[in-house]
Design a protein around this ligand. Structure first.
Ligand SMILES: Cc1cc2nc3c(=O)[nH]c(=O)nc-3n(C[C@H](O)[C@H](O)[C@H](O)COP(=O)(O)OP(=O)(O)OC[C@H]3O[C@@H](n4cnc5c(N)ncnc54)[C@H](O)[C@@H]3O)c2cc1C
Length: 469
């Protein structure tokens, strides 16, 4: 049945409330760094952000993993987080029994008892630092503003964006700009501009599919639990020879205290990227913020095949069901697991993160073959980088990324960043989606925007000849 339609009677009159050289939509690590760099290069910059702080998945989404600085704004950020007391580091002294523990999201593979260092930043503290950094630089950030659409104009053989349409407490407003930056993490600007992309779960570019059962790698909602006495948990694991808490999980399942979606086996045998994100057979957590506080992951069950970036009912279902699962997990932990009896839900992420959303098709689509062939490009944005490709039997390749991956097809004045770069799914997932790299991509986009504005040309005419990092 066709969905009934109405005409929006006010569609023709939207107030244009601001104009800037560079308009960045979405303030995740990519959008944040793009805004900061473009402003520091002398451009006027507006950043549109749905929530109350930049940082995206890593702040509003609670991800919070801190890494050694990789240069530029990322190094500056990590130093500032440290200086402002936002970094917490767990190691073998304050968290013995963590290395090699099956409950550890990141450190389970280490030999038990070995030294380790797990640094994280406090998501809300770090978000405030990022708010201040934008303000100090003179970026005009509009928080609580949802980007909903674009206005386009012809531009030679392509089209350019003239305005971003946003929704604020004042209703619909338009923001005009010369260059726009895609920072939504789900290529929402690309989609609204009508530029090409591959849906989550699709393989790019050979097998673009509209199959409704096509399953993206599931997104997830992160949450924080405080008041955990992990020494008690570790003592139980040893005393009862129950490293993965299987005995407790089985007992709770038999009593009907665990919903079927919790603690499911990994699906690595089903030809999907199963080892990490599809099914967590036990409690999965990582230390964050301070002693006794851990972040936990609640993923969408893979079988639900939710496209949370493009289907409102899917997005709503994920929010609803994942909160239900978090409540159920917290109840199980408190009731059954030693060390958790006084624990409580301290925080639930502001949104369900999308891991495998739209993948824009740019002037160059970086594929796994580019990595395998260790290709070099005349428009490389970085010096050769060496990365481990989990999708490719954990092989390590050294390669460059061309500037053309930042340029979406069919739109002349939009630059891509972060998880919305023109990369095939296999290359972006796990390999090219981390906070340091996403911050670098933002800085590259911010510099490209500023250079093209200075030269009076579009980002696609810009000659990129020197790697930035
Ligand atoms: C659940 C989950 C767990 C992850 N775990 C890890 C991990 O352990 N390690 C790792 O390195 N990477 C991890 N990632 C990947 C990493 O977080 C992302 O690749 C990275 O954050 C992408 O950065 P980004 O700047 O492109 O977008 P995002 O971080 O997604 O930020 C997008 C920003 O845009 C804003 N926005 C979106 N739409 C709109 C709109 N319409 N209007 C206004 N604002 C909007 C959002 O509020 C957000 O602030 C994880 C991702 C997810 C989803």
């Amino acid at each position: 049945m066709q969905t009934p339609q109405i005409q929006d009677p006010r569609a023709a009159s939207i107030p244009v409330v601001a104009h800037a050289d560079v308009v960045v939509i979405g303030g995740g690590p990519g959008g944040f760094a793009a805004a900061l760099r473009a402003r520091r290069e002398g451009c006027s910059v507006i950043l549109i952000e749905k929530f109350d702080m930049p940082g995206g998945v890593h702040t509003s989404g609670l991800q919070g993993a801190a890494n050694a600085g990789v240069g530029g704004i990322h190094t500056e950020l990590m130093a500032r987080f440290e200086r402002e007391g936002c970094i917490y580091t767990a190691d073998e002294r304050n968290l013995p029994d963590w290395a090699g523990n099956p409950l550890s999201h990141y450190d389970h593979y280490l030999p038990p008892g070995s030294p380790f260092k797990r640094a994280s930043f406090n998501p809300d503290g770090a978000g405030s630092v990022m708010v201040n950094m934008l303000e100090e630089a003179g970026v005009q950030a509009i928080y609580g503003a949802s980007f909903v659409d674009v206005v386009m104009a012809a531009d030679g053989s392509e089209r350019r964006i003239t305005h971003a349409i946003i929704e604020t407490v004042a209703g619909r407003q338009a923001v005009a700009g010369t260059v726009f930056v895609e920072g939504t993490g789900t290529a929402e600007v690309v989609a609204r501009a009508g530029a090409p992309f591959v849906r989550g779960g699709g393989r790019q570019p050979e097998t673009v599919t509209t199959d409704p059962t096509q399953r993206p790698i599931p997104g997830g909602l992160l949450w924080i639990m405080s008041g955990i006495d992990f020494a008690q948990t570790a003592a139980y694991q040893k005393r009862e020879n129950d490293p993965a808490l299987s005995k407790l999980i089985n007992r709770a399942r038999a009593a009907g205290d665990i919903p079927p979606e919790l603690y499911r086996p990994r699906l690595a045998t089903q030809g999907v990227y199963g080892d990490h994100y599809i099914g967590h057979p036990t409690v999965d957590m990582s230390p964050i913020q301070g002693p006794g506080t851990f972040i936990l992951w609640q993923n969408v069950p893979y079988e639900w095949a939710l496209h949370m970036d493009e289907d409102a009912e899917h997005a709503s279902r994920a929010k609803r069901e994942l909160r239900r699962l978090i409540d159920a997990e917290a109840r199980f932990l408190r009731q059954y697991v030693p060390g958790f009896q006084d624990a409580f839900i301290a925080h639930v992420g502001r949104y369900v993160g999308v891991r495998d959303g739209r993948h824009p098709i740019g002037e160059y689509v970086f594929s796994i073959d580019d990595a395998r062939q260790e290709r070099r490009f005349p428009d490389a944005v970085t010096r050769p980088m060496t990365k481990t490709f989990f999708w490719d039997a954990y092989k390590r390749y050294t390669f460059e990324v061309p500037y053309r991956c930042f340029l979406p097809r069919e739109v002349s004045n939009l630059l891509l960043t972060g998880a919305s770069l023109s990369f095939t799914f296999e290359t972006i997932f796990m390999v090219m989606r981390n906070f340091p790299w996403c911050t670098q991509t933002g800085e590259i986009a911010g510099l490209a925007a500023a250079r093209s504005i200075r030269q009076g040309i579009g980002p696609k005419q810009l000659q990129w000849t020197e790697p930035l990092f």
